[in-house]
Design a protein around this ligand. Structure first.
Ligand SMILES: [Zn+2]
Length: 226
């Protein structure tokens, strides 16, 4: 069948709940979910097919023939350890790619800075000349074909040099009132210990959070999942 010949072009990522299927051509991933009667794909073809079938479902079915269809895949400790190792080497690969990209990003950044600096120096030459021209001509504003120039009086800048001395001059002192803010840790502690439903909050119970630490690299990397 044609479909099975194409399967090598699919990247199929499975979880107990379903699969992510990427086609090698456009690298777009679509989700194929498992239900009691079979598989459901979110793609367009699957939605218009009378039996709800598509290439993604066929690809998933062809790889899951060996596994027992409906029960979530359960793994043993050795596999779990292998998976952690896989994550470690994927992290390595990401790190290498990142470093390789950063080298080029830095080179491009250096190039950009050098050309900008050159242009800015040219610009400042013209600016200084125009500034001087406006002053010497006694102009406050001047409209020309390429733009408008203005010479505006500025407010004097006031620099506080001795704050303590200035604080003694009560004309320039104001009292900042204490602000009321939520004490979040006190709230959390109270809610958890008493279970009281405090007005103004909602409490959402959350599932245990999965996280892991991979030991394959020089430095340990921790990851919170979800
Ligand atoms: Zn599909």
């Amino acid at each position: 069948m044609e479909v099975s010949a194409l399967i090598h072009n699919y990247d199929i990522i499975g979880t107990p709940g379903g699969f992510l299927v990427g086609s090698g051509i456009d690298s777009e991933y679509v989700e194929v979910q498992k239900n009691d009667s079979g598989y459901i794909c979110e793609c367009f073809i699957s939605r218009i097919d009378s039996e709800g079938r598509c290439e993604h479902i066929e690809a998933v079915e062809s790889v899951s023939l060996g596994c027992n269809g409906n029960s979530p895949a359960s793994i043993d400790q050795a596999t779990a350890d292998f998976y952690l190792g896989q994550i470690g080497s994927i992290d390595n690969s990401i790190e290498q790619n990142r470093n390789s990209a950063n080298i080029q990003i830095n080179q491009i950044q250096d190039w950009l800075e050098s050309v900008i600096e050159k242009d800015e120096r040219k610009k400042s030459y013209y600016e200084a000349s125009l500034d001087a021209w406006m002053r010497s001509s006694g102009l406050k504003t001047k409209s020309l074909a390429h733009g408008v120039m203005k010479l505006r009086q500025q407010q004097p800048e006031i620099v506080i040099q001795d704050e303590l001395l200035l604080l003694n001059d009560k004309r320039f002192v104001r009292i900042v009132p204490e602000k009321e803010v939520i004490d979040k840790s006190a709230l959390r502690k109270h809610v958890i210990t008493t279970g009281e439903e405090v007005a103004g909050i909602s409490v959402n119970l959350r599932d245990d959070k999965f996280s892991y630490t991979v030991t394959s690299q020089m430095e340990n990397k921790s990851n919170d999942v979800r």
